[in-house]
Design a protein around this ligand. Structure first.
Ligand code: GDP
Length: 611
């Protein structure tokens, strides 16, 4: 059958065959799978009314439309599907298993605190943590590990509740975006002296989208001007009607400062869970769950806080978390106590992984170390591929020369550890004088780590992000790496100024360093007609490489620099390189002043990586 011709380029027809592509694939990826020229696919798509470049990622519908046109059925595979298939090859699944009825028991609810900035999320999490009777008795110092569990009394029973210790919507949505459903209940914090604000509504929307029940904590009731009734009133407009008004949402008046109402809040969480959720988990299956936080600890190596969702995690288990794997060496709770095992809804620090997993990664326990490793390896390979594919080169200081010619403006985002240094840095940078046509613009500044939204902002324009005594937070690093955003860290102001100044002046050329390749000792000098003098030499160290740079040394002094190995022979044959201990003939081009016992030193100039 004849290949269809589009825009003069022929394409292999699929005849209804199926081709599988990862979500976000480019035409180049498709071309590779169906053995076509990327350019032909670009043209074909152009004829269908869409203009994309060969390496740009293309959405599902467009891929399918193009596929239909050229006779291929295109199956777009999401990363989740891919991962599911990967696990299936090991006979594993992530998710609830049936199991025997008696293996299931009730588990504590997992709570995330959300709300508008400054409404008291952090303070409330502190107050709840301190209200924990059991912790106080244990006398342990509570550490921040990303989640903690408290025990409260309800109707005479001691009941644990798990809190995710990173307030805010970021972690909630980030986890959800990655397919990890962690939160059972959201505590929506609203300051009684302020009322419903934009992020209150945003939080509410996130929770409702995830179909997670909400308990409202009306905070700061100790403050003058606090009006808890107004909050109840305002929230009815968003479908949250307080129980006392005949609705289904529990509102609790609290003060994170005076600690008033904390116990009631915990009770409300449990009552809401009991009323609307059937929180049970199989404790006997292979343990699975989600990574809440990961970090590299100086002494202990990679440490991950995980939330066990089902099964019972034990010391010695072979675990794979995202693309990290290892054997659980120890399990620690938020007081630093060693645990033998962790039941569902228990957050624990896991020590023993070989690398640091990311927040939102799922973890599984498998029978053998080998399986854990194979899964991790396959995931790593996939992440690498995806990164390579989507690597879009953004501006970097080194590219600045070129970029400046077009934009004549360098955009910066400055983040620092306190407002004083950020101001000082900005002020100093603005004082840099370069020619009038180049300008420096600070498009955003702030105190705190470099966040995902900083990187998002940097993506909109070509921007360089400066971190002064601060680092990029987890997701931000990932995004910056993936999108190729230039993020630079400084601890001294003048260093930042120097680099930006150098960049602006276009002085940041690559730095080269000399790398020695080899030396040879001249044993004899031959006169070769038409070529000139050739040094019959013995390679003393390294390798002599044809076309490399060379210098000639006589009695310890450099006689000639800037030479090159124009000809290299071993016996009668041309050689590209000759190794230590072998004899060879070296011709240094038109340079003929060669004497016996001279040393020929060869080297190359390599670009020095900047640190
Ligand atoms: P977040 O941005 O939501 O985490 O808010 P924070 O927990 O950082 O609290 C913001 C500010 O409100 C801080 O200055 C707290 O001391 C204050 N604050 C928090 N809760 C209360 C409260 O119950 N009463 C009073 N008076 N102040 C509070």
């Amino acid at each position: 059958m004849a290949a269809p011709s589009m825009g003069g380029v022929s394409l292999p027809r699929g005849n209804g065959q199926t081709v599988r592509l990862p979500r976000g694939a480019s035409l180049t990826d498709l071309a590779e799978r169906i053995n076509a020229q990327p350019a032909a696919l670009v043209t074909a798509l152009f004829h269908l009314g869409e203009m994309v470049t060969a390496t740009q990622s293309v959405n599902d519908e467009t891929l399918q439309l193009l596929g239909a046109e050229i006779g291929w059925i295109i199956q777009v595979v999401s990363p989740e599907d891919e991962d599911r298939e990967l696990l299936e090859t090991f006979d594993l699944t992530f998710g609830d298993e049936e199991g025997d009825e008696e293996d299931w028991s009730s588990r504590p609810p997992v709570v995330t605190v959300m709300g508008h900035v400054d409404h008291g999320k952090t303070k409330l999490l502190d107050a709840i943590r301190d209200a924990n009777v059991v912790a106080r008795e244990a006398g342990g110092i509570t550490q921040h590990i990303g989640a903690y569990q408290v025990v409260t009394e309800l109707d005479g029973n001691e009941r644990p509740v798990t809190f995710i210790d990173t307030p805010g919507h970021e972690s909630f949505t980030a986890m959800r975006a990655r397919g990890a459903k962690v939160t059972d209940i959201v505590i929506l914090v609203v300051a009684a002296d302020d009322g419903v604000m934009p992020q209150t509504v945003e939080a509410l929307n996130h929770a409702q989208a995830a179909e997670v029940p909400i308990v409202v904590a009306v905070n700061k009731v100790d403050k003058e001007g606090a009006n808890p009734a107004k909050i109840r009133q305002q929230l009815t407009e968003y479908g949250l009607v307080a129980e006392e008004y005949g609705g289904e949402t529990m509102f609790v008046d609290v003060s994170a400062i005076t600690r008033q109402g904390i116990d009631d809040l915990l009770a409300a969480v449990l009552l809401t869970a009991d009323a609307s959720l059937d929180l049970r988990a199989n404790t006997e299956q292979d343990p699975q769950g989600v990574v809440i936080e990961g970090k590299l600890d100086k002494g202990r190596g990679p440490v991950a806080t995980v939330l066990v969702q089902r099964g019972t995690l034990r010391q010695g288990d072979s675990i794979v978390a995202g693309d990290a794997y290892g054997r659980v060496r120890s399990l620690l709770d938020e007081h630093g106590n060693k645990l033998k095992e962790a039941l569902p809804a228990r957050p624990v620090q896991v020590v023993g992984l070989t690398s640091v997993p990311r927040a939102g990664d799922t973890f599984l326990v498998v029978d053998e170390d080998r399986v854990a490793r194979q899964i991790a390896d396959r995931r790593q390979a996939r992440i690498r591929n995806a990164q390579n594919a989507s690597m879009r080169k953004r501006i970097s200081l080194e590219d600045l020369d070129a970029a400046l010619k077009e934009t004549r403006q360098l955009n910066l985002i400055i983040k620092g550890d306190n407002s004083g240094t950020v101001e000082a840095l900005e002020e100093a940078l603005m004082k840099i004088e370069v020619d009038d046509e180049i300008s420096l613009r600070v498009i955003h500044r702030g105190v705190g780590g470099i966040t995902k939204s900083d990187i998002d902002l940097a993506l909109a324009d070509d921007v360089i992000v400066l971190g002064f005594n601060v680092r990029a937070e987890g997701q931000a690093t990932e995004l910056a790496n993936r999108e190729g955003v230039d993020v630079r860290y400084y601890t001294v102001i003048y260093q930042a100024i120097d680099e930006i100044e150098a960049a602006l002046k276009g002085m940041l050329k690559p730095v080269y360093e000399e790398v020695q390749l080899g030396t040879a000792e001249v044993r004899e000098v031959f006169r070769v007609p038409k070529i000139g003098n050739v040094a019959g030499s013995l390679v003393r160290s390294g390798t002599i490489v044809r076309n490399s740079k060379a210098r000639l040394i006589r009695d310890g002094a450099v006689v000639a620099d800037n030479l090159s190995v124009d000809s290299l022979r071993r016996f009668k044959d041309d050689a590209t390189e000759v190794r230590e201990g072998y004899e060879c003939g070296i011709g240094l081009g038109s340079f003929n002043d060669i004497k016996v016992d001279d040393v020929i030193e060869t080297f190359e100039m390599r670009e020095k990586p900047r640190d």
